[in-house]
Design a protein around this ligand. Structure first.
Ligand SMILES: [Fe+2]
Length: 360
């Protein structure tokens, strides 16, 4: 456990050692505009069969030209062919080295060539290898099929976007993508250096969308899922209180920001978000309901450039950086027209299914 925490801490510390690179990615304004951006990045509809399938990749940690990344590329290709989703969401840490833009282009190429719409919620490592977060996001957005919109005026971060899924009667589900950024240093009497947190402007942006969807739905909140990279503090609180995952692997403690700006409370106030879907903690792929919201980890989709210890049948204790026998994968979400809930499961490389969780 300590080793994995050290590895993550090291990643932050490396960025922090240079001081400026961490803050450089945090240069976007966090001032809430009078009229929050109301654009929708993708408007989707149920197909003839009345189902809609979302495939989530996370933490591909790709490095172009590095043989340790070959497993990540195979995993992405295998999942796209096996799942045939209607939409793909990558919850960040797309890359893990230089050349970073080239690495992103290479690991996202299967998505760009698939003809399937896709979107990215950037991870903490996606702006730590030379390119600014803005340049990385711009390069990703240039690929075919990417539905992310340009960064929103006054909304902190880059990859904040809204996607809708409609049935015959209108919008039935909303998918929010948040940019949980990378790291932050708050100066003061006691300096705080930790993973970044969801900012005020992002919450205001979310609330504006949420209020409009509720209003347009006759005053009833529209079932929603929030996708981003770094989990929230409330997940740590749940585990500390003894709440256990209902399915999946729990191989390490969550590493959220030390700072809590209240996004979880906002989700509860608005009453629409039923699941918070993240990556970041590679040895976790579980579902943990807490406080009326399901905390859901994606399945690590990377290769061996970064720690990972999930095998086909669970966590593999190992003192090595990557445990022999680990299997990458993805998570799948399936929606049915007219039903407010969703099903989700983990698909391993090669096609085996683990977990089957239904949220009502
Ligand atoms: Fe990661």
């Amino acid at each position: 456990m300590k080793r994995r925490s050290f590895l993550k801490g090291a990643a932050v510390a490396v960025a922090g050692a240079a001081a400026v690179p961490v803050l450089r990615a945090c240069s976007r304004a966090d001032a809430v505009p009078a009229e929050p951006d109301s654009r929708i990045a993708g408007k989707f509809s149920f197909g003839l069969g009345g189902t809609f399938t979302v495939l989530q990749f996370t933490d591909t940690h790709y490095i172009a030209g590095d043989p340790r990344s070959e497993r990540a590329l195979r995993c992405v290709q295998d999942a796209l062919e096996g799942v045939k989703p209607d939409l793909v969401i990558h919850t960040g840490d797309v890359v893990f080295g230089r050349p970073d833009i080239e690495s992103a282009m290479e690991i996202l190429a299967p998505l760009a060539q698939s003809g399937i719409p896709w979107a990215v919620a950037l991870g903490n490592h996606d702006s730590q290898f030379g390119s600014t977060r803005e340049d990385m996001f711009k390069a990703i957005r240039s690929l075919p099929g990417c539905v992310n919109l340009p960064p929103k005026n006054g909304v902190y971060g880059c990859s904040n976007d809204v996607l809708t899924l409609s049935g015959a009667g209108g919008v039935e589900h909303v998918l929010y993508l948040f940019d949980s950024m990378d790291a932050v240093i708050l100066k003061g009497e006691e300096e705080i250096h930790c993973y970044d947190y969801i900012r005020h402007s992002q919450i205001a942006w979310y609330r504006a969308h949420s209020e409009r969807f509720t209003r347009e739905n006759g005053g009833n909140p529209v079932p929603s899922i929030a996708f981003f990279h770094i989990p929230l503090c409330e997940l740590s609180e749940a585990l500390a209180a003894g709440v256990q995952p209902v399915c999946g692997n729990n191989g390490e403690p969550p590493c959220p920001s030390r700072l809590n700006s209240g996004l979880f409370a906002q989700f509860r106030e608005m009453g629409d978000v039923k699941a918070i879907v993240t990556g970041h903690d590679h040895d976790c792929d579980y579902v943990l309901p807490y406080g009326g919201i399901n905390f859901i980890y994606g399945r690590f989709s990377g290769g061996d450039t970064i720690y990972n210890h999930l095998g086909p049948n669970g966590y593999i204790p190992s003192d090595t950086h990557t445990a022999p026998g680990t299997v990458s994968g993805c998570r799948v979400f399936q929606f049915h027209e007219g039903e407010p809930g969703f099903r989700t499961w983990v698909r391993l490389y090669g096609g085996e299914i683990r977990q089957d969780f239904s949220a009502v």
